[in-house]
Design a protein around this ligand. Sequence first.
Ligand code: 5CA
Length: 437
Amino acid sequence: MRLSRYFLPTMKDTPREAEIVSHRLMLRAGMMQQSSAGIYSWLPLGFNVLKRIEQIVREEQNAAGWNEALMPTIQPADLWRESGRYDDYGKEMLRITDRHERDMLYGPTNEEQITDIFRTHVRSYRELPGRLYHIQWKFRDEVRPRFGVMRGREFLMKDAYSFDVDKEAARLAYNRQFVAYLRTFDRLGLKAIPMAADSGPIGGDMSHEFIILADTGESEVFCHKDWLTTDSVPADVDYDGDLQPIVDSCLARYAATDEKHDPANCPVAEADLVHTRGIEVGHIFYFGTKYSAPMGAKVAGPDGKEADVHMGSYGVGVSRLVGAIIEACHDDNGIVWPEQVAPFHIGLVNLKVGDAACDAATEDLYAKLGRAGIDVLMDDTGDRPGAKLATMDLIGLPWQIIVGPRGIANGVVEVKNRKTGEREEMTPEAALKRFAG
Ligand code: 5CA
């Protein structure tokens, strides 16, 4: 992509309304723009990152055995009257009336909608387990939308659902999602810690939040210091195998949110306990028959007797993750994207557009890197060199290749690692070989 043709409205000044670093950097890097409180337009750079995160979440859901579907954003109120949540959900739910005076709502979550799909089509235990997910915009009329996309009113969520014949089978689905979450956050370059949690308006008696540690997080959390140095789950985890040991080894290591932490009964010695703040990036629930019973989602068992199915739901805050990753990955100069989610792999900077040698070297590298399938953002604008370098640092691409008149006169370009700040001079051919093999 040529920067001269890319819509990237960066800002030099720090926007005053932004209280935390990820919100400031998303605005300054031209990733998004507020439409109204807690509702944002995603501009090309932000949308690019959002899609990459979404894709990693999707791949891990598929690997764990879930089928992707897409449910609507607008749901009929009658479904929520069946579960009893239409009245319970309160002011967070955006209620709408259509032209025929029918009550509708903008979905804050989809337990009712998915239960309706399931009860329409599934009759027998033989058709279980049921495992569906979607990645869709949600609306919650939060009292205090804040911190940009971290607590929005409109936000993108991955929500998965499971239907099983009994609690034991539902536990297997829960474990699959538990492990899929460990894998997903690993791949995103985050250390997310599963913590026992309250289930709130979703309900149920078993629930874990996945929390990344960050000083700016909304939740106060406590965990054993071993959590700071644990290994990740291998990529080739066998979802059909026994996942209980992986789950058990996580749960054996203490971690709890403020609501669940009881200092008097904490099993961890004071010296080993980390007390900090965190951002909830995922939340999983087992809630048994809370929705299936009132909504009549039953299957016939082997003995022909009908029983309510056991359900769970599993959410990831996809749009929240954009902010959460920035909270975890930035420095004084701007964002430092982990390679897996970076909007472009390389920022190719022509420091002196109009200089024949610089132009030729930059265009040549751009064409060849592009042919090798590498995502490159080439700064071909007439901005000052200092401004160009500051913009590249701000938007945080993992690598920069800097082409300047002095270097080119000596046959070299500069390759800079955004994260470490290390710079290396090399010929354009060597730079090409480094990235395109
Ligand atoms: N139905 C269940 C699981 S599918 C559910 O809705 N769970 S939730 O309420 O915990 O939301 C799931 C995830 O969405 C949260 O872990 C959080 O990462 C994200 N999320 C929730 N509210 C917001 C919000 N206002 N802004 C951005 N992300 C949010």
